[in-house]
Design a protein around this ligand. Structure first.
Ligand SMILES: [Zn+2]
Length: 142
């Protein structure tokens, strides 16, 4: 129990430091939003983040959550992906990687960049490729 409290304190202090380093004033609501989304492994949507943060901060507005997420994106602490129709998800894993969507649960899994080989992107005639990723759909084996 005590070690859990310590881990939470370390995490909160780290989040405050990260926000300060990026020039973002660390209000309690922003800390809670950043703590949730920067430690998320689930690729949450803005509404997922709002639902989660409201548990600790019932008065947090949807606008505050959206604005904070966009601020974190503008500081390159988060990436957005449109992996499923109409739903933007947030990803604290900002290095290049691919995604696998489990069709039965909707869960989005990170796939390491080197696990998949894509070829031919530099020889596409008439296109200058800046970025790409592979989005796979299927079922996660049990
Ligand atoms: Zn990801």
């Amino acid at each position: 129990m005590l070690s859990n409290i310590r881990q939470v304190l370390v995490l909160v202090n780290t989040i405050i430091e990260i926000l300060r380093e990026h020039g973002i004033p660390a209000t309690p609501q922003r800390i809670a939003i950043a703590e949730y989304v920067l430690s998320a492994r689930t690729h949450p949507s803005a509404d997922d983040a709002w639902t989660a943060v409201k548990k600790k901060h019932p008065t947090v507005s949807r606008a505050t959550v959206y604005n904070t997420l966009n601020l974190l994106v503008s500081k390159r602490l988060l990436k957005t992906h449109l992996l499923q129709e109409g739903i933007t998800v947030f990803d604290p894993h900002v290095d290049h990687h691919h995604h696998f969507i489990d069709e039965s649960t909707g869960e989005i899994h990170d796939i390491e960049w080197d696990a998949i080989k894509v070829s031919g992107e530099d020889s596409l005639h008439g296109f200058e490729v800046h970025e790409y990723q592979v989005v796979m759909r299927g079922r996660k084996k049990k």
